[in-house]
Design a protein around this ligand. Sequence first.
Ligand code: ZN
Length: 167
Amino acid sequence: MSTQSARISDQDLLHLRAAVALAREAYEAGDGPFGTVLVDPEGTVLWSGRNHDGGGDETQHPELAVAQWSVTLSPEVRAASTVYTSGEHCPMCSAAHGWMGLGRIVYAVSSAQLLRWREEWGAPLPPVAALPIQHVVPSLIADGPSPELEEELRALHHAAYERAAHG
Ligand code: ZN
């Protein structure tokens, strides 16, 4: 029996893996390891991007960038599209997503998992509360985490923490 959440399909996993690849690209560029992909109802990738916080602007999250970009879409397409992301939205990005009326979110690791890992490593905790997406946008469908991707992301986040701590 698969450990995959029943709510995350094989097609979802494909898009999640693309988001994780973007997270790795961000890490390799010196930014936080987070990546995001926006997919329309036909399965077409409309937008993909990654974190850009390495320059000091801590709000450069791909989940915020995609919500802002989505103004170019009709409200109907926004509502019917899915945002795949390597890490669950933070409250800032959840709020932007909710305000723009975007559709379902699928995340590979939850904010609670990330927080637990940071606690284990003795890493500084983020200044913003790790609220679940649905505490910010109650009506939204949000599916995750994806156990298949947990180990890979744990290693990636650990490497990012070690780099931040020790250079
Ligand atoms: Zn965010």
